[in-house]
Structure formats: C-alpha cells, structure tokens
Write a protein that binds this ligand. Structure first.
Ligand code: SF4
Ligand code: SF4
Length: 101
C-alpha cells in the first residue's frame, strides 16, 4: 500500500529528503507522494521514514492503492535494481538525519 499526504501538510519539507525512493515532492499546494515509487520503505527501512519524521502525522496509508508485501518487494527490486534482502534493512526507529532534531 503506498502512502499519501493529507491536506493538513504544513509544507515543512522534512520528509522529502528522508525518502529512499525519491517518491516525495513538492506539489502545487502541499507535498505529495508518487505512489509508483513508494514501497512503504520496504527493502530500505523497517519503518516508513516519512511517517516517522512528519511532525503532524499527516501521512497515511492510501486505501485506494493497496499492495501486498510481495508486490512492494517487487517494486523495491524494480526501482533499485537490487535483490530484496531482509538482512540489509535498517531497523532504526527514526531516520538517521532526524537524530539531531
Ligand atoms: S513510506 Fe518510505 S518510500 Fe514511501 S514515501 Fe514514505 S519515505 Fe518514501
Ligand atoms: S513532514 Fe509532514 S508536514 Fe512536513 S512536508 Fe512532509 S507531509 Fe508535510
């Protein structure tokens, strides 16, 4: 399931650099997520980095864009041209760059 950003977004821009797939971008009004690039961070991180760092919790799962974990792993492999490997997934609860916040 890809994620989406609700209209409560305050355009703080902290999520965009944390996305391992470059799926987040500044839209016309608020930040948006390109669903074809969002893997829910599968293959990269244990937790969705944008969700972890968003200060107002306005990033939600998109019920209209459901994908199984297998599909998300396949999307990861397509985007990164790497084989999914659970041993390389970072398990930190917060994004590395947020440690200084
Ligand atoms: S869940 Fe991960 S891949 Fe999807 S938009 Fe957020 S940071 Fe990017
Ligand atoms: S972190 Fe949240 S509030 Fe900030 S730009 Fe991203 S979605 Fe919007």
């Amino acid at each position: 399931m890809a994620l989406f950003i609700t209209d409560q977004c305050i355009n703080c821009d902290v999520c965009e650099p944390e996305c391992p797939n470059d799926a987040i971008y500044q839209g016309e009004i608020i930040f948006e997520i390109e669903s074809s690039k969002c893997t829910e961070c599968i293959g990269h991180f244990e937790k969705e980095q944008c969700v972890v760092i968003c200060p107002i919790d306005c990033i939600l799962v998109d019920p209209n864009n459901t994908e199984t974990e297998t599909q998300l792993r396949g999307k990861f492999e397509l985007l990164t041209e790497q084989t999914y490997d659970p041993l390389t997934i970072q398990t930190g609860l917060i994004c590395p760059s947020s440690e200084n916040l």
